[in-house]
Design a protein around this ligand. Structure first.
Ligand code: GLN
Length: 276
């Protein structure tokens, strides 16, 4: 194996042969990680000399055992930024960029943002990166997740505009916010064992399990939203497949208004926008 191009081709073939859904991107990221080259070198410099090593072999085996590339490399791109990920946090999903886009379009540059179930911190940090005078409070019940989110804020140079607190839902939160965002756990408990192995084995179940019907978090959060939303403010909730109707009902039962249900790039109803 003498060139990067040959190593890339062989790695892609092995990942595809093992049934991995995105062998091209995975091969590129794993080779870059194991060999210490830039991700783009992998496809832009096929003639570069490259020799497979033990590190590459190990990460290929881990990927074939369904560990997501982000959990292997400890890093995941989201909204054009790089986030640290660990076993303690839900991997940021491209679907959640739909929520960030919708929330960004709805708020003023100096918005005060509250993010509930922050995980990596990807939602509020992505928003702060494009809203230069906004500030955020981000909460999570997991102390381990908050450590990751705090490191992400520092890594992105946004630590001066965000505060993290450990809170069971909204218990520790005070103040009024122009924007509330939340990607809660929303998978029905019994469905977790049917999820892809990548998710089931490597994302924390605390960040997936939304109770018997997946809707428990909305039942806890929605009745409290009114107390934290400034007049004219909006809340954006991520939802799971086919949950829009139920979440709209929960929101309406709390006397709140659903302004829009927004679809993700796959065409699924993914975000519910709420106001007082
Ligand atoms: N969207 C994630 C999935 O499908 C679940 C994330 C969540 O529960 N918020 O695996």
């Amino acid at each position: 194996m003498a060139t990067l191009g040959a190593l890339y081709a062989q790695t892609k073939r092995r990942l595809a042969g093992a049934g991995m859904p995105s062998p091209d991107l995975d091969a590129k990221l794993l080779i870059s990680y194991a060999l210490g080259c830039a991700p783009n070198d992998v496809h832009l410099k096929p003639d570069m000399t490259a020799v497979s090593n033990e590190a590459l072999e190990e990460v290929i085996q881990r990927r074939i055992a369904h560990e997501p590339v982000s959990k292997i490399t400890g890093s995941r791109g989201f909204y054009g930024l790089e986030f640290e990920v660990t076993p303690d946090v839900l991997d940021p999903r491209a679907d959640t960029e739909t929520l960030v886009d919708a929330a960004r379009a709805a708020c003023k540059p100096d918005a005060r943002i509250l993010d509930i179930c922050t995980g990596t911190g990807c939602i509020p940090l992505a928003l702060l990166s494009v809203l230069p005078s906004a500030t955020a409070l981000a909460v999570d019940v997991s102390e381990a997740a908050l450590k990751v989110a705090t490191r992400n804020a520092a890594r992105l140079g946004l630590q001066n505009r965000i505060t993290f607190i450990e809170s069971d839902w909204l218990d520790g939160v005070e103040g009024l916010f122009d924007l509330i965002t939340c990607n809660p756990p929303y998978i029905p408990t019994a469905d977790i064992e049917m999820l892809d192995a990548d998710v089931r084995l490597f994302d924390p179940h605390l960040a997936l399990d939304g109770g018997a019907d997946g809707l428990e978090p909305y039942r806890i959060i929605c009745p409290q939203i009114r107390n934290f939303l400034r007049g004219g403010g909006k809340a954006f909730f991520e939802i799971g497949a086919a949950q829009a109707r139920d979440v709209i009902k929960i929101v309406a039962d709390c006397g709140l208004q659903v302004d829009a249900v927004i679809r993700d790039l796959g065409g699924n109803e993914r975000v519910v926008c709420v106001s007082k």
